[in-house]
Ligand binder design. Sequence first.
Ligand code: BGC
Length: 346
Amino acid sequence: MKIKENDFGVLSNGKKVKIWTLSAGDLKLSLSSYGAAWTSLIVPSRNGIKDDILLGYSGLDGYLNNGPYIGVTVGRFANRIKDASFEIMGMRHALNANDGVNSLHSGPRGFDKLLWKSEAYEENEGVYVRFELDSPDGDCGFPGQMKAVVNYGLTKSNEVICDYQAKVDKPCPINLTNHAYFNLAGEGNGNILNHDVVLYSSSYVQVDKTGIPTGNIVPVDGTIFDFRKRRKIFLGGSFLKPFRGYDHCFAVDGERGKLRPCAEVHEEDTGRSMAVFTSQPGVQFYTGNFLKNAAGKHGSVYGKHSGFCLETQHYPDTPNQKGFPSCTAAPGKDYHEKAVFKFDVG
Ligand code: BGC
């Protein structure tokens, strides 16, 4: 196992951005301290060809202008909050709208656009980077001070480990996730529509045309949302039209709070497979519908569907939905969620 630290660049305020590269098993993962972002993940194919399976940019500049949130850690609240506002303890809190009248990924300046403190370490069977952020009271409109600690790592068994923790000094809804875009054929290598997908979800979070939950968790049975048996990503059907593809939160089967199977994705030509596990109630399956000729790594151009995201998370708009599993952290009640992405070739 190996840990490497390099300079990624300098921000306009003079602060240095680090890039960490972790090697373990057959994988190599690079992480930037700006946005606590996953910048590359090298995975061998069935024939031993090592490709970078993460969409991203060649340098720091790309991450400073990262409209599609490629690779970043999203917080305090990933996904949408209706009317960019919510009430907690009898107080209404206004966030900044950046998706029509709603807020997406906490508004125009979420955790993805901040420099995180970072430090690498080795533990048991893996190598990790610990990212830390202090978010002041009122940051992006959220109540109370928050300290976020996110650990990303690689194990000898070809797993990417994600551990999300937060402490608050006032009750606040928290939803931390990573926004990696995967293409198991290699970034820049066509679209992801030929990937085979399994989602361990018997139901999904029904949303209106703007992606805001109606409050109903609906069975996938007999619908285009049924991925319980391995199948290709089929984008036909009027249901997906307003979203240009999948952009939906699936309710992960099994006991919430426990790490359990969430998804499997397989790419036939390269033989690469990824299995995802999460402790969170849901996963946003997003098929890169709004990618529009983004200038990616090494001259790659990312168009619609050139990557997919599996953002393990709490359901969208949880702060306004009494019926959804709570994601409110409070003094003495820390936030702690985990996800694992395990890779296999065969
Ligand atoms: C959202 C999409 C959005 C994308 C990039 C995803 O998490 O669900 O609607 O376009 O992030 O911001």
